[in-house]
Design a protein around this ligand. Structure first.
Ligand code: 13P
Length: 249
């Protein structure tokens, strides 16, 4: 059976206590869920959520991490600190990091390599802005983000990597790419991956869609041949909306 990966990105929402309460509710309500599921609370809530999720099948994710192991890097959080709290997956290259905090492909690649070196799974986010799409630059932008983001990542590490295609114009806007449109971009991502790693490796890559995924569009999106999961923002903040997405089939 095809495997899906559904991840909740809680972004800058919820205190530690609120996060623990949601994690506890998800632990209970997702007990029978057959998909791979991850939640990524804020850094400040990782410790509490880790305790709540211990022994469950829900993976603990982080939303970002610093590009160095340790040292004089005020405000950064290291891969070693994340691992220490039980984090298994890290989201890197989110468009909010790229556009608001001006993270470059080179910086993101440094983080990708560091996370993989320490055995963390990576969700590498890619996606075009509306201007880039309208200027006909979608493939160039997404292709470059994949190639540069995965530079020097050896083929044997690919099972640790998930790509999340998140069109920037669809994030938090209520606008979703049509399933056909999203699928076509996912197919293009696979083509780029095939050029880097070969057809076989590209076929087995998990590529999530993100951008206004809700209970009422999740099954249609994930029913498309190249869409293997979802990276969910707003709808991941409540069990009522995240559970039906995670258990969409
Ligand atoms: P929304 O689901 O709120 O559009 O956010 C998507 C996202 O950015 C997930 O990382």
């Amino acid at each position: 059976m095809r495997s899906y990966f559904i991840a909740g990105n809680w972004k800058m929402h919820k205190t530690a206590a609120e996060s623990a309460a949601l994690a506890s509710e998800l632990r209970e309500k997702l007990a029978g869920c057959k998909e791979k599921v991850m939640v990524a609370p804020a850094f400040t809530a990782l410790s509490e959520v880790s305790k709540v999720l211990a022994g469950s099948s829900i993976l603990l994710g982080a939303q970002n991490m610093g590009p160095e192991e340790q040292g004089a890097h005020t405000g950064e959080v290291s891969v070693l600190m994340l691992k220490d709290l039980g984090v298994k997956v890290v989201i890197l290259g989110h468009s909010e990091r790229r556009h608001t905090y001006l993270e470059t492909d080179e910086l993101i690649n440094k983080k990708v390599l560091l996370a993989l070196k320490h055995g963390l799974e990576v969700i590498l986010c890619v996606g075009e802005t509306l201007e880039e799409r309208e200027a006909g630059r979608l493939e160039e932008v997404v292709g470059t983000q994949i190639e540069k983001g995965l530079a020097s990542v050896p083929a044997e590490k690919l099972p640790m990597v998930t790509i999340a295609y998140e069109p920037v114009w669809a994030i938090g806007t209520g606008k979703t790419a049509t399933p056909e449109d999203a699928d076509a971009v996912h197919a293009y991502c696979r083509k780029v991956l095939a050029g880097m790693y070969g057809e076989e490796a590209a076929r087995s890559m998990v590529i999530q869609y993100g951008g206004s995924v809700k209970p009422d569009n999740a099954a249609t999106l994930m029913g498309m041949p190249n869409i293997d999961g979802a990276l969910v923002g707003g709808a991941s903040l409540k069990a009522d909306t995240f559970v039906p997405i995670a258990c969409f089939r």
